[in-house]
Design a protein around this ligand. Structure first.
Ligand code: SF4
Length: 222
């Protein structure tokens, strides 16, 4: 299958950039991208954007955030939600970057994933957006769209990442998160995807079986 064709079609269709892509284009600062990715957990792009701008208008380096009072960080990142947890986390991570890595964000998966609160998705986002390295960050959009397209048949992000890595040529990995996030926000929506106007309509098997299975499991629990 020519996977690049799918990405080319999406690239031609969507407008605007998701937050991390925007950040990577305007300011390729790995530390800012790492912190912003931590802030982006379980919130919308607009909230992450606002919290990132506020935080970095007041503090600029790992040392400054590491030395900041956690209460001050909480006020700045409030908009990102879960602000208490996120404020402590970014302080902790900044301290490690400052002391262990001498202020420089590491550019390998293992070191990134060893940071507190940094999972595979965040580590992969930093590799892709900050260092332009081939990786596939799997968030809810990537997971959902990969399943609908029949490229994966999994519920777990780490399994989806493995499936995609086996299928897609490595030179396409870097496009997956950037394009699927915007595509998932605009067309292949979580509820009521716009299949009738989707440019992938003819190529997509519209496989909703995994989502239906999750729905059934949830309804049995309630
Ligand atoms: S046809 Fe529907 S399910 Fe398939 S990618 Fe497009 S919006 Fe998503």
């Amino acid at each position: 299958m020519d996977y690049s064709k799918f990405f080319d079609i999406i690239e031609e269709t969507i407008e605007g950039d998701a937050h991390l892509d925007e950040l990577a284009q305007e300011d390729q600062d790995p530390f800012k991208i790492l912190i912003s990715t931590i802030l982006s957990a379980r919130t919308k792009d607009n909230n992450t954007r606002e919290a990132t701008i506020k935080l970095f208008s007041n503090y600029h380096t790992p040392k400054e955030i590491a030395n900041a009072k956690v209460e001050d960080l909480e006020k700045l990142v409030y908009k990102a939600g879960f602000y208490k947890v996120k404020a402590s986390r970014i302080k902790e991570v900044s301290k490690i970057i400052d002391q262990k890595y001498k202020g420089k964000v590491p550019d390998d998966f293992k070191s990134l994933e060893s940071l507190p609160g940094v999972g595979a998705k965040t580590a992969n986002c930093v590799l892709v957006y900050a260092f332009k390295k081939p990786a596939i960050p799997v968030d809810v959009h990537v997971n959902r769209i990969s399943n609908r397209l029949g490229w994966a048949k999994t519920t777990k992000p780490e399994e989806t990442e493995e499936e995609l890595k086996k299928k897609l040529p490595q030179n396409q990995w870097i496009r997956v998160n950037r394009l699927f996030v915007r595509f998932g926000q605009e067309i292949c929506l979580p509820i009521n995807p716009k299949c009738e106007i989707c440019p992938l309509g003819n190529l997509c098997p519209k496989d909703f079986s995994i989502e239906e299975m999750i729905k059934i499991k949830r309804s049995k629990k309630t």
